[in-house]
Design a protein around this ligand. Structure first.
Ligand code: FES
Ligand code: FES
Length: 699
């Protein structure tokens, strides 16, 4: 029987489909995965959070990135070490922890070798996320022979993790549509072109000086691809953070959490804490609440969250405290996270003694930014292979910007290959820049003076690239008074013309849940307010009393729910109507869904005694060891590598190098004085035998 305790059984946005069971064993015990599930997700669904112990110090190991980048989730599957977040469970698979260094496979005889297959293509796209798929569409339309590879078992990249509607422009990047649905549309379009071939579970390993790209196809077959042009759309990897207990199982990246919850419908936690107030952290908090997971709080070291204000306001309105100018001091627990300690920071971002507080939680999400996965692009450029980068591999932006940048890169590649790409209008580049832009000016919120009839209230006070509310109004009453979608929308009702009909389309479509509708027509003293709500409809009923909040999460009191409406045209957004006093009606922006008790601190704060701020997770090298070398005069990361083994682990130094550079900065050493280590030519792991061309049995 499939273990269901840690699986999501109902979700307000995602369909929970019945899938076949796949039996496997973990440490000799019978487990069941669902068909097409990774080992890591199946283990989480079975309640397993600790995947093994490090051979150096016995520290418990768990998952961190769920994206094939960090190698923390290593397990033995039928005797071979694999990344459990990437490898699918096969029937009868025997999965074991890697509690010591894995043994080399025993060979009875010399392996049979074969020639490495070579494949010539016009375009090789590395990465089937928003940028890669959009580029493939443009190449497919022109019949350009394209091979698209992706290391996951599903196309869509980060899109398949996004249950929320997208920002941006409706004209260009499906704004107002949910990320998961954009992925489905793009995939269907790409698959309709015969000139585009797709290989899933296929990872690029290296770009070589002869301009060939080494690709591990489906984890078992090594081929060399000779593209005329390479498009790197390999996305981003999550940044790590140095703090005590930072490698405890239960500390993981926000993207990993979204993968478990939204892609695999696994419920990995009961109570989580978020570090980082960018869009990724804010959205992860929203996704957790949608999955019925308590969000204890969120800390952001800067004076303001870096993500969109609508995301921050929405999370705060739901009842999640957001502490700016705070940081994480430690994750606490022996084998996995049991609590988190936070503190206020000074202007140098140092935790201030005496301000510590601890909260009980089983998970700490790290959402402190992303780094581009651009090594293939840089190597291709170095070796003279015509190469383009798109999406996060080029620049970290929102997925809507990645969709558009992929489209432009697809057209630029077509032009490079001498195909008619039509006119890439100059204003497309401007649109691309607008979609990439960071949040702009915030203005104080004002409310409509008119308290008659029916009309929307736009609780949208920060300039961000977004326009679905303007296109949703059938009467064209919501406008942005310029050709720049970053400007704030206004409701502009011509008194002589038709007014708002109360159709609620703007309430439904706003990705920030920042539009409500106030209807004074039946009772001007107790108008009806329509509020968007993306939680289970069953969780709220007419007659309930709910706590309503203003835009910035100040409670406005309890009011009665008079209607709960879920119609197909609203695409899973529930509309909740409440009746509220005239004095607060237009200030209502949302409903609290999480009680204050979820965020109460522990009676006394927890001090973590272990000196285990880990910089190199793979080799378990602490910040203290590296700081000591820097203070002794080391300026070359290769030297640090030789002395401590930092950067020598299975992730290929992708996880620890940025943290080592940060330690240099903290020690007052400028970047210009630091010498980088020589990176390995292969950016991803591959069994030696497969790489050398041995037949499968010989690997
Ligand atoms: S958690 Fe699997 S590679 Fe990072
Ligand atoms: S964290 Fe992987 S090599 Fe350092």
């Amino acid at each position: 029987m499939i273990v269901t305790e840690f699986r999501i059984k109902e979700h307000p946005i995602l369909a929970v489909e019945a899938k076949g069971a796949v039996p496997f064993t973990w440490k000799g015990r019978a487990f069941e995965a669902v068909a097409g599930e990774t080992i890591a997700s199946a283990l989480f669904a079975g309640g397993v959070r600790v995947f093994g112990h490090h051979p150096k110090d016995g520290a418990a190991q768990g998952m961190f990135c769920a994206n094939g980048q960090c190698a923390q989730c290593l397990v033995l599957a039928d005797g071979s070490p694999v990344k459990s977040c990437m490898e699918l469970v096969r029937p009868g698979m025997k999965v074991e922890p890697v509690d010591a260094l894995p043994e080399l496979p025993k060979l009875g005889e010399a392996p049979r070798m074969k020639d490495i297959e070579e494949i010539a293509v016009q375009v090789l796209i590395v990465g089937g996320g928003p940028a890669g798929l959009s580029a493939a569409v443009e190449l497919g339309k022109r019949g350009i022979e394209t091979l698209l590879i992706d290391d996951k078992h599903r196309l869509g990249g980060k899109l398949v993790l996004q249950t929320h509607r997208f920002f941006g422009s409706q004209d260009t990047v499906y704004a107002g549509t949910r990320g998961i649905d954009i992925a489905t549309k793009l995939e269907a379009e790409v698959r309709s072109f015969p000139s585009v071939r797709i290989r899933l579970q296929s990872a690029a390993l290296a770009v070589f000086s002869d301009q060939k790209v080494g690709v591990l196809v489906e984890g078992r077959r090594y081929v060399l691809v000779r593209p005329e042009v390479l498009l790197v759309a390999s996305g981003a990897r999550e940044k790590n953070l140095a703090f005590a207990g930072n490698t405890l199982p239960g500390v993981y990246g926000a993207g990993a959490f979204q993968t478990l919850v939204n892609r695999d419908l696994v419920r990995p936690t009961e109570k989580l804490f978020i570090v980082g107030g960018g869009n990724v952290g804010l959205i992860a908090g929203y996704h957790a609440l949608q999955a019925g997971i308590a969000v204890v709080g969120l800390v952001e070291a800067m004076p303001e969250c870096g993500g969109y204000k609508v995301h921050k306001d929405k999370l705060a309105r739901f009842g999640v405290p957001i502490w700016t100018r705070h940081t994480v001091v430690s994750a606490n627990g022996r084998e996995s996270v049991e609590s988190v300690t936070i503190a206020r920071v000074n202007e140098r971002f140092e935790p201030q003694p005496g301000t510590e507080r601890s909260f009980g939680c089983d998970t700490v999400l790290i959402a402190v930014g992303l780094d581009p996965v651009n090594e293939f692009f840089l190597k291709a450029r170095e070796f003279g292979l015509p190469a383009f980068a798109a999406g996060d591999a080029e620049e970290i932006t929102e997925a809507s910007a990645a969709i558009f940048s992929g489209k432009i890169k697809g057209l630029e590649i077509a032009r490079h290959l001498g195909r008619d790409a039509g006119d890439i209008a100059p204003d497309w580049y401007r649109t691309a820049e607008i979609l990439k832009s960071k949040p702009g000016k915030t203005v104080p919120e004002t409310y409509p003076a008119d308290e008659t009839g029916v009309h929307p209230v736009l609780h949208c006070v920060q300039e961000i690239p977004c326009d679905p509310c303007t296109t949703s109004c059938p009467r064209g009453l919501i406008k942005i008074d310029s050709d720049d979608i970053r400007d704030l929308p206004v409701f502009d009702c011509d008194p002589a013309g038709q007014g708002c009909s109360g159709c609620e389309k703007c309430v439904t479509i706003c990705p920030g849940l920042a539009v409500t509708l106030v209807d004074y027509r039946k009772d001007a003293e107790r108008p009806t307010v329509t509020i968007p709500y993306e939680f289970l409809k069953e969780g709220i009923r007419p007659g309930d009393r709910v706590c309503v909040m203003d835009t910035e999460a100040a409670p406005l009191g309890e009011v009665e729910v008079v209607q709960v409406k879920l119609i197909k045209a609203n695409d899973r957004t529930v509309l909740v109507k409440v009746r509220a006093p005239r004095a607060v009606a237009k200030k209502i922006a949302g409903i609290r869904v999480q009680e204050k008790e979820a965020s109460l601190p522990l009676e006394s704060w927890v001090r973590r005694m272990e000196d285990d701020t880990i910089i190199c997770r793979c080799e378990r090298v602490t910040a203290g060891e590296i700081r000591a070398l820097i203070r002794e005069g080391s300026r070359d990361i290769s030297e640090i590598k030789a002395v401590t083994r930092a950067c020598m682990g299975s992730c290929g130094a992708k996880t620890c190098t940025p943290l080592i550079r940060r330690l240099f900065r903290e020690e007052g050493v400028p970047d210009s004085e630091v010498v980088d280590q020589l990176m390995r030519p292969l950016f991803m792991e591959v069994p030696f035998g497969v790489f050398a061309g041995a037949d499968e049995e010989g690997t």
